[in-house]
Design a binder for this molecule. Structure first.
Ligand code: CTP
Length: 413
């Protein structure tokens, strides 16, 4: 029996370790064995610090959660349908973990391919069996006298050493085709390979089931991919494996020329949004109707659909704007989302777009509506016309000081 050194400095922070010990002793008093499971066990072997702590309880996760809240405080969000709970820890300064997932060990069955699972409480072995890949189907016992014992029924540890992604049974992708996205994510993230038997099961049958699952579930997987460091390599791999056919008939392959463009220049004072930028780079050459239809399929927010649409429109109008005066650029760009403009700059290298983002959009004349009023100008459309003329004059370098603006204003009044 392998026993893991959970105290190993790099894996768990001291705070996390203390927490696990507390959970371990409380669950012993309730007579409920507990296990650390899934991604954090995988990360232990990969020597990366544990992100989330997922705890499996043989018994009743919600009861354990209630006991933890009673003893240590914090707040419990219980999902009785799934027998799970999230324990939101009481706030302490500098803590690395702010919540812990508590899950009752369970079996899952699927009424039809792609359906959400029906769950029933079960043993840890059953629970590991319902999981996606061998590398995610390991558990570590946390009960006091067996603290650190590894449970690895599918040789996940060996697959980690051999750097391979392997499903546990041939129906895995049919039960849950979101696992196809997960396989690609782990493969590219860790530079592993999807093992050949598993790769064969990413085929027209399992990809066909993707078309039956909700846009929200698919978009969640795509969002997770776009948050990753090697996200675009993952999108390209998914396209090469034919996965997009299950999402939408018009979803294009990712343009490989854009693969290095997802890094945001943070000095530009634009709210960074890697995920939105990923969709923009992916869909920017599509016609309007395809963007709208894909947006509906993937349950995009109206804001995201608008941003992607704006990228496509702006890219198409660039030839008509090139060599225009700054004022023309500014009025053409003013109503578009900044991030869309930035993405078109990335793919086109058009300096005017960067000038707009960093300079032109901030230009304002000294004159305001109140100043015009104090000159006795009667209310009406002249206000906007005069202010626009003054702004254009600044943008196009026709006035360069407050005095020159004042002189121009006198000619306009
Ligand atoms: N899981 C699964 N099938 C899914 C999603 C999740 O079997 N479609 C299981 C896996 O065992 C996984 C665990 O649930 O390890 C937790 O899922 P998640 O939090 O999404 O992944 P992590 O393993 O934590 O990995 P990461 O977030 O780093 O991708």
């Amino acid at each position: 029996m392998t026993r893991l050194e959970l105290d190993g400095a790099r894996f768990l922070s001291t705070g996390q370790l203390i927490l696990l010990r507390e959970i371990s002793s409380l669950s012993a008093s309730l007579n409920m064995p507990v296990f650390l499971v899934g991604g954090c066990v995988r990360d232990y072997f990969l020597k990366t610090p544990a992100k989330d702590l997922d705890i499996i309880v043989e018994g009743d996760a919600i009861r354990l959660g209630e006991a933890l809240v009673e003893k240590f405080g914090g707040h419990l969000i219980a999902h009785s349908k799934f027998h799970t709970a999230i324990w939101e820890l009481p706030e302490t300064p500098g803590q690395a973990t702010d919540s812990i997932d508590l899950i009752t060990a369970r079996t899952e069955s699927y009424e039809h391919p792609g359906a959400l699972p029906v769950v029933k409480p079960a043993s840890i072995e059953d629970d590991l069996q319902r999981r996606d890949f061998t590398i995610n189907a390991m558990a570590v016992r946390l009960d006091q006298d067996r603290f650190g014992e590894l449970i690895d029924p599918f040789d996940g540890r060996l697959d980690l050493e051999k750097k391979r992604i392997r499903i546990l049974h041939p129906r895995s992708f049919l039960d849950d085709p979101t696992r196809i996205f997960r396989a690609i994510r782990y493969e590219c993230r860790y530079s592993f390979e999807i093992e050949s038997g598993t790769l064969e099961l990413i085929n027209s049958e399992s990809i066909g089931v993707i078309s039956k699952i909700s846009g929200e579930r698919i978009r969640h997987e795509l969002d997770l991919i776009l948050e990753e460091v090697s996200s675009l390599a993952m999108i390209i791999r998914a396209g090469d494996l034919g996965v997009f056919k299950g999402i939408h008939s018009k979803l294009p392959l990712f343009n490989k020329e854009f693969v290095d463009l997802l890094e945001m220049d943070l000095t530009l004072d634009i709210p960074a949004d890697r995920v939105a930028m990923g969709y923009m780079l992916w869909l920017l050459d599509l016609p309007e109707d395809a963007i709208l239809s894909i947006g509906r399929r993937l349950d995009f927010s109206s804001e995201l659909t608008h941003s992607v649409w704006a990228v496509a429109q702006l890219k198409k109008s660039l030839p008509f704007l090139v060599n225009s005066k700054p004022s023309i650029w500014t009025y053409a760009l003013e109503k578009l989302p900044l991030l869309s403009i930035y993405v078109v700059f990335l793919v086109s290298g058009e300096r005017a777009l960067l000038n707009y983002i960093s300079l032109w959009r901030h230009v304002k004349p000294f004159t305001t509506g109140d100043v015009l009023k104090s000159h006795g100008l009667p209310p009406g459309p002249r206000y906007a016309e005069i202010l626009t003329s003054l702004k254009s004059a600044w943008l196009d370098g026709e006035v360069k000081s407050e005095k020159e603006e004042e002189e121009l204003l006198q000619t306009l009044l």
